[in-house]
Design a protein around this ligand. Structure first.
Ligand SMILES: [Zn+2]
Length: 350
């Protein structure tokens, strides 16, 4: 069990998150409808972890579990059973990658916790200990000889750990769409952060203004993400699937609804092989959100969006769209030397 206290208080990142997802999916019979399968997995090995993290860091994780405070730093606490859960969690991520890479499934969704995208090679952060997507990229390279991978983060918090690991790697396209980090953890991941040589332009960070929602995400995908991803032509897409960009989430201030999540997943799954990894998201609707991801992966929509878009618009800051357009223009300008964003794109859709 990985159920640590956070500064002595219960953490929002706790076992109830996965319980809610599994209960919802089994209640609504997603797991036995003949198109969606539940795979079990083995724990990862230390060798798997060491494809990304250093031996010193792994030792510091185990040492921290022995201490009474069990504090790994930057809001990341552990408990007695954490290491076993971490290995199981990475094992599930690798299995999710394997079933897509070997052709058993078109897409997959690893229901895992704790999340991983804030973890760097030697650093923990924001509940994250091991970087699941980075470990998966190296596994896919070593075992399946997969070269080009795109990682897309839609968690409300910037994917700073993943960015740090791949910022100089032109075989990995790292895109993170997150709430303006000047206002929220991890306070990095600005538009100007586009990677370092020889991978300049292969990292993209978009700062979404407070209360950005389906419309703003839609424009961003159409104007930038689709064009870049088609040009990059990934063999597999890893989605860092955080649900805290959901409009009811209290830890962050974005406004994606069921419609918004479905559109993003459908956009990816109709073009590429997608491995989704659960990142953050703490609202009790997490089961519903996981279900809409499965529907997006299967290209079959049954869940309706209950939100009244007019109510949602009424809660917005007046400047959201204006601020978004300014940021989008800046993003396009900074990416223009690396990607041709003016050309119309064509791509085969499912
Ligand atoms: Zn988050």
């Amino acid at each position: 069990m990985h159920d640590p206290l956070l500064n002595g208080y219960p953490s929002p990142e706790n076992p109830s998150r996965l319980d809610r997802i599994l209960n919802y999916l089994s209640e609504k019979r997603y797991l036995d409808d003949g198109r969606c399968y539940l795979f079990r997995s083995e724990p990862a090995t230390i060798e798997d972890i060491l494809r990304v993290h250093t031996e010193e860091y792994v030792a510091s994780v185990t040492a921290s579990i022995q201490q009474s405070r069990k504090n790994l730093g930057k809001d990341t606490y552990l408990c007695e059973g954490s290491f076993d859960v971490l290995l199981q969690s990475v094992g599930a991520v690798l299995r999710a990658g394997e079933v897509v890479a070997n052709g058993a499934c078109d897409h997959s969704f690893a229901l895992v916790r704790p999340p991983g995208h804030h973890a760097g090679k030697n650093t923990s952060g924001g509940f994250c200990v091991f970087n699941n997507s980075a470990i998966l990229v190296h596994f896919l390279r070593d075992i399946f000889r997969i070269k080009r991978v795109a990682i897309l983060n839609i968690d409300a918090h910037a994917s700073d750990g993943t960015y740090g690991i791949f910022s100089a790697d032109p075989d990995v396209l790292c895109i993170s769409i997150h709430q303006d980090p000047s206002k929220i953890y991890p306070h990095t991941g600005f538009i100007k952060d586009i990677g370092i040589r020889p991978a300049l332009g292969f990292s993209i960070n978009m700062e979404m203004p407070l209360r950005s929602g389906n419309k703003e995400y839609g424009i961003l995908f159409e104007d930038v993400i689709e064009k870049v991803m088609i040009k990059f032509d990934p063999e597999i897409v890893i989605l860092e699937c955080g649900f805290d960009a959901y409009h009811k989430e209290s830890l962050s201030q974005l406004d994606l609804t069921i419609d918004g999540y479905y559109s993003i997943i459908d956009f990816l799954a109709s073009r590429w092989k997608v491995v989704c990894l659960l990142e953050g998201g703490y609202h009790e609707d997490i089961g519903l959100l996981a279900a809409i991801v499965l529907e997006g992966l299967m290209g079959r929509r049954t869940i309706k969006d209950e939100i009244d878009q007019i109510d949602l618009l009424a809660s917005r800051h007046v400047n959201t769209r204006k601020e978004f357009q300014e940021k989008l223009s800046r993003l396009k300008l900074i990416l223009s030397p690396y990607w041709d964003l003016d050309k119309p794109v064509s791509c085969q859709v499912r």
